[in-house]
Write a protein that binds this ligand. Structure first.
Ligand code: DSN
Length: 437
């Protein structure tokens, strides 16, 4: 008879193996990051067991929001949520923050639900051009029943072509003009699109999920100053918070958006994540500028290194990138699937990615890869390390060295980088498991 598996031991063992492995990897998924130990402690706090459904009230004597809750027991949490809202308003330069959404897609859904009605139109980028699925019909746009109006994309500039999009927008009159992307190398032309939005009475919603940590650190672009009405984001990409979502908006939209988030789309939000978010926001207020500046330096440096070693890195004419991301066309050296898998064998974690000239049918084996440097920046890597990473990738992809051999060198290289930077001091390593004794 087969012995019954001990699932507890099995799961603990898998968690330990995962930590060991990813601690030995160069982690460059552009949508990932690691949180500080202080944030992790908040995530495992008692707030993860509690409810705080409620509506927004006025402000207390410290200027923090007060809440009309439906359950007792929230007096400390209310202060934390107030701090998170205040810091988010300050760092993202908006008038009102809502920290209820439990993911970036939920944040977008809440905004669509608040600002549109069934059959309205929404403009955005296609997935091939870098748009997030929640800007399209396969996800939140379809759930709300909106009709898509794709922007014309300039493949050479890797940005929205405002001139060519203008006549389409004036004709189609989308209710929401969605900006932001998952493949996001350069700031979007908010100012130029604002003029069009004013003509057709559209809202500009900027999905800053990928670049929120850069924006909070004063890099990339300033969505509200440039003309956005709403900023949505997940909280765990360049912004190094726990997984979750956030909305920041102009005051005149606050009530609609708050009601859409709760009770519209969420019953209880995730209190422990809000506590972690508050700490991450405080860390970004203190350390965000250095962090964001180093991310962009690292991204440019890695792109330059790859380019010099023979990779077809996009946008050499624009210094490759202004964000944490690099896009590489690998169609001549194996295509996205094979390249990403070979890198994984060498403990270099990246993802295959559609490029604007691909078809959606290429999703399983697109012509590109996307590389993000947020996490490796956070563990202290600088420009010289980017050159070494480019060398590893060249050995695997261009020289076709056995990835298993390169892996040994990657593990050796990574040993020096196990401390989290740009955050409050903590006693554990970047990839340690937090254990409660
Ligand atoms: N799919 C994620 C990304 O990697 O960009 C965003 O949700």
């Amino acid at each position: 008879m087969m012995e019954e598996m001990n699932y507890y031991d099995e799961v603990i063992n898998l968690i330990e193996r995962h930590h060991r492995w990813r601690g030995n990897c160069i982690n460059m998924i552009a949508s990932e990051n690691i949180t500080s130990i202080a944030v992790r402690e908040a995530i495992v706090s008692d707030f993860g067991h509690r409810y705080a459904e409620g509506l927004l009230g006025g402000r207390n004597e410290d200027g923090l929001r007060i809440f009309n809750r439906f359950y007792q027991g929230t007096k400390y949490f209310d202060k934390i949520e107030g701090i998170a809202m205040k810091l988010a308003e300050e760092l993202f330069e908006g008038e009102h923050a809502n920290v209820v959404p439990i993911s970036g897609v939920m944040a977008n859904l809440a905004v669509y639900n608040a600002l549109t009605k069934h059959n309205d139109k929404i403009s955005g980028l296609t997935v091939q051009a870098g748009g997030h699925i929640s800007h399209t019909r396969v996800s939140a746009v379809g759930v709300i029943g909106l009709r898509e109006v794709p922007y014309v994309f300039d493949n050479y500039e890797m940005n929205i072509d405002v001139d060519k999009s203008k006549s389409i927008l004036l004709r189609e009159k989308p209710r929401i003009m969605m900006l932001g992307a998952s493949l996001f190398l350069f700031p979007h032309p908010i100012k130029e699109l604002r003029e069009i939005a004013n003509e057709i009475d559209a809202y500009i919603v900027y999905d800053g999920a990928h670049v929120a940590g850069l924006i909070a650190g004063g890099r990339f672009q300033r969505p509200f100053k440039e003309g956005a009405d709403v900023f949505t984001s997940s909280t765990h990409k360049t912004f190094p918070g726990p997984q979750g979502g956030i909305i920041v908006c102009k005051k005149f939209l606050a009530d609609k958006i708050d009601n859409s988030a709760f009770p519209g789309l969420t019953s209880n939000h995730h209190l422990h994540h809000v506590a972690g978010l508050a700490i991450a926001l405080a860390e970004m207020k203190e350390f965000g500028r250095d962090y964001a500046n180093q991310i962009v330096k690292n991204a440019k440096s890695l792109a330059q290194g790859l380019y010099e070693l023979g990779f077809n890195v996009l946008c050499e004419h624009k210094d490759f990138t202004e964000s944490h991301q690099i896009a590489v066309d690998v169609s001549e050296v194996g295509r996205g699937k094979e390249v990403a898998e070979l890198c994984e064998r060498a403990n270099i974690i990246i993802n295959k990615n559609l490029l604007p000239w691909d078809s959606l049918n290429d999703a399983d084996n697109p012509s590109g890869i996307r590389i993000g440097v947020a996490e490796i920046t956070r563990i202290g890597m600088k420009e010289s390390e980017m050159k070494e990473i480019a060398e590893f990738m060249m050995r695997i992809i261009i020289k076709r060295e056995n990835p298993d051999n390169v892996r040994e060198d990657v593990i050796d290289f990574k040993k020096e980088f196990n401390e989290i930077h740009y955050c409050y001091q903590s006693r554990s390593g970047a990839y340690d498991i937090i254990r409660i004794e």
